[in-house]
Design a protein around this ligand. Structure first.
Ligand code: PMT
Length: 406
């Protein structure tokens, strides 16, 4: 989603500046164009040559030299930019930005910036707790065009542990995507289920499927970026979405519930469903679970060649929520099929009282379980359908949410 975007990276003088070349590299890898502005002190931590080489552009660090060359660079950079990210933002630079002090290349650029700005502070924990710094952070985060990241807790360069670390590059990148996304789901509560479930046979074995959670993660992030309050219920998956911690305790906007079994997923979904405006059921839920879970590991018996496991039906979350659907609530299911795809998907759409069903087929290369891509068809209860070609799961998630009337 950063393809073709113009990003100004502002670096101030903190040890975390050493991470910014990687941020620049990753921004460019995602297709963004990058220009860099720094304070003088930042160049004590990272060289101009590194920044120039990685960004592919001249670095704007000396306001007087720049004025000689391009008389209004501190105006032309903000004009050129779609977004500015200030990382790391030191206590000094936070104070200046909060109070309109513009005495170097970075702060003059920030002062003229009227587009989205992402700020990632980093400093000693005692400095971060200082009242003046708190005030500056509070002032900046109250401005509509600014996304203020909170510091993370962890080891600090000064040898102590505390709240003062700059957030990781993944989180800063996600904050940039967030800041560039229109907030059309602002105030909406979105419930998403994702991942597989595990149905235990005994303390060491379970029945499961190949869902990696990638499609659900992409949907959770897409809804979070659009401003929704996301309730994400996820089975056992290896990776979860990176949702950056925003300063104004935005954690309430993303609530993660980890579950293991279909019953646990159902309990969590039923508890959250009432307040949801939109429900997206992307999980690959086990349809059956062992009737009895053995207390001890099931052993082979000499001469035994077969083993029978009796299975019982799990709650059908989608069908139950379809019956309980309240006025205005939108219910979206998924169908992973291997044959008679359209017929099976449309049957699920009707029988579970869904508003939409997203069909993906294991017969399509690159679609379904575990892949970073998907190819889907979205069927609506009103009879319309939309084909989404093979795209990254991030882009498929965007297409799915774009197709819904919420
Ligand atoms: O996680 P990934 O590796 O990225 O893979 C993504 C995916 C392939 C898992 C996802 O795109 C997908 O297709 N999810 C649905 C998988 C599925 O098998 O659905 P189903 O046909 O069994 O169920 C139909 C619908 O009912 C689904 O919305 C499902 O969440 C829901 N369901 C099913 C059974 C049950 N007990 N409760 C449910 O809510």
């Amino acid at each position: 989603m950063l393809q073709g975007k113009h990003i100004v990276v502002g670096i101030s003088g903190g040890i975390a500046a050493y991470k910014i070349p990687d941020l620049i590299r990753r921004l460019r890898k995602e297709g963004a164009e990058v220009k860099v502005t720094t304070t003088k002190n930042a160049l004590e931590f990272v060289t101009e040559l590194t920044l120039q080489t990685l960004s592919g552009n001249k670095v704007y660090s000396d306001v007087f030299a720049a004025i000689n060359e391009h008389s209004t660079e501190h105006i032309s950079l903000p004009d050129w930019a779609d977004l500015m990210v200030v990382a790391p933002a030191t206590a000094n630079v936070l104070g200046k930005m909060a109070h309109g002090i513009a005495d170097d290349a970075l702060t003059t650029t920030f002062c003229a910036m009227r587009k989205p700005v992402v700020i990632a502070p980093a400093m000693n924990d005692k400095m971060y707790a200082n009242e003046s710094v708190r005030d500056a952070v509070g002032t900046l985060s109250s401005r509509k065009h600014i996304t203020m990241l909170d510091c993370a807790v962890g080891e600090l360069a000064c040898g102590t542990t505390g709240k003062g670390r700059m957030q990781e590059t993944d989180a800063i990148l996600e904050a940039i995507r967030f800041a560039l996304t229109p907030k059309d789901l602002d105030g909406k509560n979105v419930l998403i289920t994702a991942g597989p479930t595990q149905e235990h046979l005994d303390p060491v074995r379970y029945i499961t499927n190949h869902s990696s959670g990638k499609m659900g993660n992409a949907l959770a992030l897409e809804c979070w970026r659009r401003g929704a309050n996301v309730m994400y219920i996820c089975g056992p998956v290896p990776t979860l979405p990176v949702v950056p911690e925003l300063y104004q305790s935005d954690t309430a906007r993303y609530v993660l519930t980890r579950v293991t079994s279909a019953q646990e997923m159902a309990d969590a979904a039923f508890a959250a469903a009432d307040k949801a405006h939109l429900i997206i059921l992307c999980a690959a839920v086990a349809d059956f679970t062992p009737q009895h879970v053995a207390d001890e590991k099931i052993k082979k018996v000499a001469g035994q060649t077969t083993q029978t496991v009796e299975l019982t039906l799990t709650p059908d979350i989608a069908a139950t929520l379809g019956q309980r659907k309240r006025d205005g609530q939108i219910l979206v299911g998924f169908a992973l099929e291997t044959t008679d795809e359209q017929t099976n998907a449309q049957h699920k759409l009707e029988s579970k009282n869904l508003d939409y069903i997203v069909l993906n087929s294991l017969r399509d290369a690159g679609a379904g379980f575990g892949t970073d891509t998907n190819k889907v068809t979205i069927y609506a209860a009103n009879g319309t359908k939309k084909d989404v070609p093979l795209l990254s799961k991030e882009n498929v998630a965007r297409e799915i949410v774009n197709s819904l009337t919420v």
